[in-house]
Design a protein around this ligand. Structure first.
Ligand SMILES: [Zn+2]
Length: 249
């Protein structure tokens, strides 16, 4: 494990996390993510470069805008910290391309998990990007062959689409969100078909834990996509940690 890679992963993660937080807060509201990215959400003032440093600026300004004193959402520094932590962790599991690929997977899954948790929304643009990047880069993780990942993409989509269709027939309403089959398919494009069962199992266990802890009456009102994304994060991390361990021994 090389500290320079971990540092690079964390710093890149903080910067990308700043973008992720802005995207998650603005996209569902139909506001532009790229232009006007550097404005105060309270008074619309253009922020200076020194006010746009991830995490640091929030702490320095004590969470408030210097002009209008509006509270800056804590969501920004929390997401920046999460993305920085994920980047650092990915690069500590394996340096160079393996770890970079894992970080790219995790940052995308973090974005998807946040959008589904807050808005029950899995944008097709993001699941498509996840699928495309998985077909292109998924082999860098632990060398899963392209054919296994193509099958993973098709099988992941088909399994959840069939379950969703069956549920609709039996119960007369939707049990799964429309984006869930695309998400599992995209994860299959990264990790291959052999990862689908463990990812869904972890997702179900995490969902069950949240349902019990939160005492939500309706299990199907929980954001399943968030749990699938968390399941894929955990499983991909375990796969790479195991592969890196074998390589070292
Ligand atoms: Zn302001």
């Amino acid at each position: 494990m090389t500290p320079i890679w971990v540092l690079l992963g964390s710093v890149a993660g903080a910067i990308i996390g700043s973008f992720i937080a802005t995207l998650v807060l603005r996209w569902p509201a139909g506001r532009s993510v790229i232009s006007g990215r550097s404005q105060c959400d309270g008074c619309g003032r253009q922020l200076r470069a020194s006010e746009l440093i991830p995490i640091v600026s929030f702490v320095a300004a004590r969470g408030r805008c210097r002009s209008c004193n509006a509270a800056i959402s804590r969501f920004h520094p929390i997401v920046e910290l999460c993305a920085a932590g994920l980047g650092g962790l990915a690069l500590s599991l394996a340096p160079e391309l393996h770890g970079i690929a894992l970080a790219l997977l995790w940052w995308q899954l973090l974005t998807i998990a946040l959008l589904d948790a807050r808005y029950y929304w899995l944008p097709a643009q993001l699941t498509l990007l996840l699928a495309g990047s998985g077909l292109a880069l998924g082999g860098l993780l632990v060398g899963t062959p392209l054919l296994e990942r193509i099958i993973g993409g098709l099988a992941g989509f088909a399994v959840l689409a069939l379950i969703a269709a069956g549920y609709r027939r039996l119960r007369g309403r939707d049990g799964l969100g429309g984006g869930d089959p695309k998400l599992l398919g995209a994860i299959g494009c990264w990790l291959g078909w052999t990862a689908l069962a463990p990812v869904v199992l972890i997702a179900a266990l995490v969902g069950l834990g949240v349902a019990i802890a939160g005492r939500k009456g309706r299990f199907d009102a929980l954001p399943f996509g968030t749990f699938v994304a968390v399941g894929a994060m955990l499983w991909s991390g375990l796969l790479l940690a195991q592969a890196a361990g074998i390589e070292r021994n």
